[in-house]
Design a protein around this ligand. Sequence first.
Ligand code: SAH
Length: 274
Amino acid sequence: MSDAPARSHGRKSISAAVGPRELMPAQETLAGVWCAQVITLFPEAFPGVLGLSLTGRGLKEGLWQLRTVDLRRHGEGRHRNVDDTPAGGGAGMVLRADVLGRAIEEARATAPAGRPLIAPSPRGTPFTQARARALAEGPGVTLICGRFEGVDQRALDHYGVEEVSIGDFVLTGGEIAAMALIDATVRLIPRVLGNQASVEEESFSHGLLEHPQYTRPTVWQGREIPEILLSGHHARITEWRQAEAERLTRKRRPDLWRAWREAHRRNPEDDREL
Ligand code: SAH
């Protein structure tokens, strides 16, 4: 209950979102257009950064759509209470199963069949580029944003909700995680980025981190762009980029390195040639 809708001290920052919210006008969904539906206590947080740049342009052009379900409207009683103290005691508050249930029903009434129900949670399976790709190929996603200590387990069990984590750290609420998941997914929808080749080459696409990037000026603070990149020799540039991708992955992400080496039938212990 400490998270009631914005009071006076919070208003300024929220008014900044008024313009972009016009990007998500009616609540009806467009058939056949990838749709993210977000159940949240803070619908005013959307589209937020998703309304900017390439994702924002895609939203405006109807390449994808965003809908929010206001959890508060499903609250209990005159005060629209959405949470209560944890059964068994302990700190904090838990989002009620009955309140969440009503919000999930509202979301389901407008969602096309086959749209997965996901609750961002630090306990969830790690979100990956492969998962973003799979979501982008489907009809959309419904996201349930937790707050406080989290949500009543029965709501997750009853609706078969999958918990997904965006990393081994704890956020205050699910909204930022939902935005991260939507952003990573929406940019894979054809025409959102404009240049699909950049998606194919970037980090994780082939199981490696991306090589370093450079642009003009050719010399900055006495630092030069690696000579090979200015040589115009495409085959050697490709080779250099591959070697850099391997070097960075090996140094920074031994887990990815091992998986990549195994997938390429090379012994991960045998790094002599690098
Ligand atoms: N008590 C919980 C944390 C609750 S944090 C626990 O220890 O597991 C409040 C909400 O923030 C969660 O319900 C979830 O929606 C969101 N959240 C926090 N960290 C997250 C993460 N790493 N990935 C995805 N969602 C997260």
